[in-house]
Design a protein around this ligand. Sequence first.
Ligand code: MRU
Length: 347
Amino acid sequence: MKNETMYFKDEQLKLLDQRKLPGEIEYFSCKNYQDTEFAISDMVVRGAPAIGAAAAYGFYLAALEFADLEKVELKKELKKAAEELIAARPTAVNLSWAVEQLLELALDNLDKSKDEFLTILKNKADNIADSDRKINKKMAENGNTLIKDNAVILTHCNAGALATVEYGTALGVIREAHFSNKNIKVFADETRPRLQGARLTAFELMEEGIDVTLIADSTAATLIRDAKIDYIITGADRIAANGDTANKIGTFMLSELAKNFNVPFYVAAPLSTIDRKLESGSQIEIEARDSQEITHIEGVQIAPDNVKVYNPAFDVTPAENISAIITEKGIVKNPKKKSIAKLFQAY
Ligand code: MRU
């Protein structure tokens, strides 16, 4: 990507404003943790790994703001900041994964000098961001081993550089296949209602010079039935211990089509997206978003006044519909609790 998804400079977190893409390239500045919380909940930044890294910097901004307080007060403020950041979006586990690590580190280092305390937290936030870059590259290399020459790949939502710190998860695999000259083609679902596919995935892939065709979500079934798709690859927001996977609404429907028409369905996600505390997908909290995302397009009302709306942001794909989960530690084919647990053995 020509423009970084995020960077930290002059004690501010700068986020490429994804609400404005592809029309405008503008950075949103987070000067404190409340700005960061807003940026995550309003989807200035979105995508599981990206919101995890952004929230880590958001927590550091809280530490900067409150570092002069006396210990008891500081502890109280940091816990409050952590809670608010985690509550910004409930489904992607990367958010709590990142914030909880910083909170724990902060509470363990309250006795340090202010400078030392802040350096420890800043280094941790930087480390979460930097390791996301490396993890995505490794995941992409692993995933690329599954992709044949001249493959046609369908993807949903945006699991690209914009959804991570760099390179992407599902789009990381696609990038890697493209850079290894496999002559791949991509169909991108527009991804109603927020249109991450149309606005972000199409933009990202075109910028990279990857052959991408944008389709309405409802076109996917026809392409799959007509054997025009070799693989479906998506990202994930939270994967339960048994492999059930929450991802953008519409992913489950694609997985059912994949099963019906024997198309391999791959999920690319880092280990930080796997929530081993949850036995199955039924325990994953699904974020409900504002009804205006459905009733309005670009601020223009398209549905009748007061119509009832159901707008879950994510759905859960059962593990049995997933051909493989691609991670930085390897590929788990036909994911099950045991094979997923093995990924963590040397972690
Ligand atoms: O609501 P969003 O845009 O944050 O949803 C994002 C997705 O569903 C992605 O597929 C997922 O976070 C994986 S990102 C690498």
